[in-house]
Design a protein around this ligand. Structure first.
Ligand code: GLA
Length: 744
């Protein structure tokens, strides 16, 4: 395991090993090219020298200078430059002091560091000196006076690699460079028949999985919305065309960043595939003066030789152990009830206390007061930025409300949208220049609001002060941090003529600075990020909050797909999930209360309905759901997740399983979305069990608030290879069951 390097003919070979994967590249030729060699299943130490594929025609430039361009256009560059003969897409480009665009990379030195250095101002995975090793490659682009430093960190316990890039201006005075593109990773794959998986969506239907065969040319997803977005996701997987959930080679890439991105696979004329991820170069232009450096965020790449499912489990383990920092990461979260879909803006102290009293009797543990408690906000047209309590609604003030809620036995949480400013707000009237906008243009409103210019230090300070004041004014134990509009009208009065191309990235850095200050000053606060539902569900935000609101759509049928796509790389413990009201406010669909509970159990679990007004039969079921959560959440939070059947693919039913790390226990959720007339039971082949162990199977019985008697006892091999007849011929739609499996 770890990183090794050795001299090979005319260069150095770097071999990066994780438990089951190897990543290799080398330096070559007098130009010091850095060339990718291999990425995939682990290779033993000895056989790799013969892999030096670079000696094929058109040969290295030192042997065949007259055909340098042919070499450039097919060489597997680790970090391809621009404009010198490689016509595939590049990883970095500039406008240099004389106006030229070209870039190149020439190896200079390297060092191996124990552990993993942090990335200044940016979220990043972490690990101790025993858990990871980092390779730092320093390369030069002499013509531009730049140093390019490539970082590779390998994890001892996960088949994952973290890569990032730093660019330093080492030129003399006057060597003013504009960075116009700085991606964070590039991996070259030699020929093969590949598919890609990307995630797409919109508000209320985030992260739908999309698998496509990769043809010649580019397949790319991106965001220019100032956030990772509902629409596309900073993720791409390249996989064998015949790979499936359990078999085949899969390479997943996820960008640890919450702003504009591009993730792309490009198949070249020679059938090689170049996968790249990083900050979207559109509208990006960063001024780098002599002595300055630019740190690009990191990309996590995961290799799985056992299908898509294993890729997901590797991401989950990595994020649970090496990305999420909150003290709640490994804890059961309080079951919360959020008043948004219960009341929208129509609430006051009395209504909230009534909800809290009822919720407390049912076993719910925290009340979250959502949007509408501040300024003069009774709808979404005003007051963002005015973070003082509206005493007409919250009679007696926030402290009083929180005390009353605490008296019912519930904790208290609050909603804020700190990055925003309403034109109708005291803040805007005092500081109109604090909004992102272009002088002389009427800025586009979205949900009647504008975005605060977080590139300005005084705006960051002011915003932090507002949050701090509210959090310190009462016993507030949870914060839902929302972000309800995307960026437009890119203009900052602070950045000047030369600096507008820095705005998108600086905005993101401003958000990170705010959240970093927040988690440092309030280490006991449970933070849940949110963005109009799940528009900023990304690894960047997970660094600050252990959970993120997955989607405003809580309809359990939609959630099957949304949560499946989200769990492609994010652990179940991070997915905000609530039992919703019915008919569902997004889809209008009515589903059994029981099913809503089972689907929300695959996330953080909570409620978003008016518990004082729902049908009594539903209300009476809540204590049993609460008991269910307490019984199984440890397993759901910490276990290995397996997709067994996907409703999105089969249009009939869905099934997932969570298996404990010691394989002594598993929880299977089966959702029969559409009833099937006159069919036999479905066959469910379980996964991830120990073939040698004998297991006892019990259904959870919501009426009893506990498990039924054992209905089957079988060995793991039979459960996995022969399968069980389960959750059969349900009468009616949207029926679900929960099956608990335990070693006897
Ligand atoms: C966003 C969130 C919702 C709710 C509203 C309040 O849409 O995703 O959960 O908080 O804002 O305005």
């Amino acid at each position: 395991m770890g990183i090794s390097c050795k001299d090979i003919d005319g260069g150095i070979l770097f071999k990066l090993d994780t438990p089951n994967s190897t990543y290799m590249f080398r330096t070559a030729d007098t130009d010091g090219f850095i060339l990718h060699m291999y990425c995939g299943r682990r290779l033993s130490g000895t056989q790799v020298d013969d892999l030096c594929r670079i000696d094929e025609p058109p040969f290295l430039p030192s042997k065949n200078e007259r055909e340098r361009c042919s070499f450039m256009d097919c060489a597997p560059f680790e970090y391809p430059g621009h404009g010198l003969g490689d016509y595939r897409d590049d990883a970095f480009s500039v406008i240099n002091k004389d106006g030229y665009f070209a870039t190149s990379l020439s190896y200079r030195s390297h060092r191996i560091i124990k552990g993993k250095p942090g990335l200044k101002g940016l979220p990043a995975t972490f690990g101790s000196e025993d858990e990871c090793t980092t390779l730092e490659i320093t390369a030069a682009d002499d013509a531009n006076g730049l140093e390019i430093i490539l970082y590779y960190s390998v994890f001892e316990d996960c088949d994952a690699l973290a890569r990032s890039v730093k660019i330093r201006n080492i030129g003399p005075e006057g060597n003013d460079i504009k960075l116009t593109k700085v991606l964070s990773t590039c991996v070259e794959f030699y020929g093969g028949d590949y598919d890609t998986i990307t995630l797409h969506g919109s508000w209320a239907r985030e992260r739908m999985m999309d698998r496509e065969h990769l043809g010649l040319g580019r397949r790319s997803v991106s965001s220019l919305r100032g956030e990772s977005s509902h629409q596309e996701h900073p993720f791409i997987a390249l996989l064998d065309h015949d790979a499936n959930e359990d078999h085949g080679d899969v390479y997943g890439f996820n960008f640890v960043y919450s702003g504009n991105f591009i993730a792309q696979a490009e198949k070249s004329q020679f059938d090689t595939v170049r996968v790249m991820l990083g900050i979207n170069p559109v509208d990006f232009c960063w001024n780098l003066k002599p002595g300055e450096e630019f740190q690009a965020p990191e990309v996590i790449s995961v290799y799985s030789g056992e299908g898509i499912g294993n890729m997901s489990r590797t991401f989950h383990d990595l994020y649970r152990k090496h990305l999420i920092r909150s003290k709640y990461r490994d804890c059961k979260r309080p079951i919360l009830i959020n008043n948004w879909e219960a009341t929208y803006f129509d609430f006051d102290t009395d209504k909230l206390i009534a909800i809290a009293r009822q919720a407390s009797k049912l076993g719910i543990e925290m009340l979250v007061m959502d949007d509408g408690w501040f300024g003069h906000r009774n709808d979404d047209s005003n007051s963002l930025g005015d973070w003082f309590v509206n005493e007409n609604k919250i009679k007696g003030g926030l402290k009083h409300l929180v005390e009353e809620v605490n008296k019912t036995g519930l904790k208290f949480g609050i909603w804020m949208e700190p990055e925003m400013i309403s034109p109708d707000s005291e803040l805007y009237r005092a500081h109109p220049d604090w909004a992102i906008r272009i002088p002389g243009r009427k800025p586009a409103l979205s949900r009647a609001q504008l975005v605060l210019d977080l590139t300005r230090p005084e705006v960051v300070d002011h915003t932090f002060g507002q949050i701090e004041k509210i959090l310190k004014s009462a016993n507030i134990e949870y914060l839902k941090w929302d972000m309800n509009r995307q960026l437009t009208d890119l203009g900052s009065s602070m950045l000047g003529k030369e600096g507008q191309g820095e705005l998108f990235h600086r905005y993101c850095l401003g958000v990170y600075e705010l959240q970093e200050r927040l988690v440092r000053e309030f280490p006991d606060l449970l933070l849940e990020n949110c963005s109009g539902g799940g528009a900023r569900f990304d690894p960047g935000m997970l660094y600050y909050s252990p959970q993120i609101w997955t989607s405003d759509d809580m309809d359990p049928v939609m959630r099957l797909q949304i949560q499946q796509g989200t769990a492609l790389m994010y652990p179940l413990s991070s997915m905000g999930a609530h039992v919703c009201d019915c008919p569902n406010h997004s889809t209008g669909r009515t589903t059994p209360f029981e099913t809503r509970g089972y689907v929300a159990l695959a996330g953080t679990f909570g409620y978003e309905l008016d518990v004082t007004r729902i049908p009594e039969a539903d209300r009476n079921m809540i204590p049993a759901q609460v008991a269910m959560y307490h019984s199984y959440n440890d397993l759901v939070r910490n276990g290995d997740y397996y997709r067994v059947a996907s409703y999105q693919e089969n249009h009939e039913w869905d099934c997932w399983e969570v298996v404990s790390k010691d394989r002594k226990e598993a929880l299977v959720t089966i959702v029969n979305v559409l009833g099937r007339v006159n069919y036999k039971s479905r066959l469910v082949k379980l996964k991830g069990l120990d073939p040698e162990k004998t297991y006892s199977l019990r259904y959870y019985n919501i009426e009893k608030a506990g498990e039924d008697e054992e209905y089957l006892r079988l060995k793991g091999d039979a459960l996995m290879y022969a399968g069980i007849k389960a959750a059969g011929n349900y009468h009616g739609d949207f029926r679900a069951r929960l099956l608990h499996i335990r070693e006897v």
